[in-house]
Design a protein around this ligand. Structure first.
Ligand code: ATP
Length: 140
């Protein structure tokens, strides 16, 4: 059976997650409060919804509890990211991955039950630095 994902927030990070999940053959519902972002992904994702994820009624009416994994890829609006994560866990979503903006944000996310907290810019910086070092060692 195909796994069902929700991606909330379609910035560069959320957009890339969505496209990769679709390429892997997964079902993906995307949500963003910005209509232009949703228009861009409407033909790519399985379902696309213009909505504010801090609205609990919307989350419940989508039956978000039944999805396998929700990725919260909201960026600058830390308050919306925290509130969305809190409601997802209260509703009973089993697996929630959240993008953190900084260490304080990450700490709060863990406290309220986020299953996986990621720092994409930091992690990618580390990975690229490791690649640069190992490549420069090979170049000797
Ligand atoms: P990236 O670095 O991944 O490009 P970013 O860190 O700049 O993203 P933002 O552009 O601030 O992040 O947010 C990502 C997306 O999340 C935006 O498309 C924005 O419309 C959406 N978003 C923010 N808050 C909400 C919300 N409460 N409900 C739904 N979508 C939201």
């Amino acid at each position: 059976m195909k796994k069902e994902f929700v991606v909330i927030g379609l910035g560069r990070f959320g957009g890339s997650i969505c496209k990769t999940l679709i390429e892997q053959g997964m079902e993906v519902l995307v949500m963003d409060r910005d209509e232009a972002r949703i228009d861009e992904f409407a033909s790519i994702a399985t379902h696309a919804v213009i909505a504010d994820s801090t609205d609990e009624t919307v989350l419940k009416s989508l039956g978000i509890r039944n999805f396998d994994h929700v990725i919260v890829a909201i960026g600058a609006d830390i308050q919306a990211s925290i509130l969305t994560t809190l409601m997802l866990k209260e509703i009973g979503v089993k697996r929630v991955t959240v993008k953190a903006q900084n260490d304080y944000h990450a700490k709060v996310l863990r406290k309220i039950g986020a299953d996986n907290v990621v720092h994409p810019e930091r992690d990618m910086g580390k990975r690229i630095a490791h690649n640069i070092v190992s490549k420069s060692i090979l170049d000797y």
